[in-house]
Design a protein around this ligand. Structure first.
Ligand SMILES: [Mg+2]
Length: 245
């Protein structure tokens, strides 16, 4: 089976281009702080919540609650709601990444479950997936709401891995999509930002590329494969299925 991340892997969501500019804009106007500083506070709060194991995963990723918390810290009140803005801009301000739908279509096979594994809450993600046409192409969708977990938690993935002969995680973030899933025993196909892959590795296959990649000193766990494009995904999955069982 294949777990696939959403944001930065299959799609770009409306947060950067529509939701944050309005929410942060209102807070900036009312507090006098710069938008960049406020966005940083939101990010810091989100990261701190994810690191704190006493905070439920659902609350750690609740951008409505995080925005209200930061606004309160700044002594302002906000009228813009993250959830409402995501609903408004789900279609107009989200984008499919190159070859997203095509790779899902190519992966479709009776023996293979294709499960979205995203750290975004269902209330932010499902309508974007619907708007972009991703939903009908996948078997299931896991969000932090599903089992109140993050990707670092094995329970995030429910009992899918036990049912599968082989679990493969596909995504763009090193920690969430390579480090933690490797710890759960999954194979991993990493699609880092294109600028991170040296030109000299471009012509290699994903598995050789993963061997040659210049990892950072903290990146001690290496992915099974590294892709520069989703065009490489179907063949890489098929290869792993044929060689890992
Ligand atoms: Mg991602």
């Amino acid at each position: 089976m294949v777990f696939i991340d959403l944001d930065g892997t299959l799609q770009l969501n409306p947060f950067e281009r529509a939701v944050w500019p309005q929410v942060v804009g209102e807070m900036a106007q009312k507090s006098g702080l710069s938008g960049a500083d406020i966005l940083q506070m939101i990010e810091d709060e989100n990261n701190a919540r994810q690191r704190d194991d006493n905070i439920p995963a659902i609350l750690a990723m609740d951008m409505d609650d995080i925005s209200l918390t930061v606004a309160k810290r700044l002594g302002v009140s906000i009228t813009t709601s993250v959830t409402e803005l995501v609903n408004t801009y789900a279609k107009s301000h989200s984008t499919l990444l190159e070859y997203a739908l095509e790779s899902l279509q190519e992966l479709a096979a009776p023996h293979r479950a294709i499960v979205i594994a995203t750290k975004g809450l269902a209330k932010y993600q499902l309508q974007v997936m619907d708007a972009l046409g991703i939903t009908p192409l996948v078997t299931d969708t896991l969000t932090p709401d599903t089992h109140n977990g993050l990707k670092k938690h094995r329970h995030f993935f429910g009992d899918w891995p036990e049912q599968a002969k082989l679990s493969i995680m596909v995504g763009d973030l090193y920690d969430d999509d390579v480090l933690y899933p490797s710890g759960h025993g999954f194979k991993t196909l990493w699609k880092p930002r294109a600028t991170l892959i040296p030109d000299s590795l471009y012509h290699l296959d994903p598995f050789t590329r993963a061997e040659e990649f210049p990892y950072g000193p903290e990146q001690t766990v290496h992915p099974t494969g590294i892709m520069h494009s989703l065009r490489e995904l179907p063949a890489a999955v098929t290869y792993l299925e044929q060689h890992s069982l």
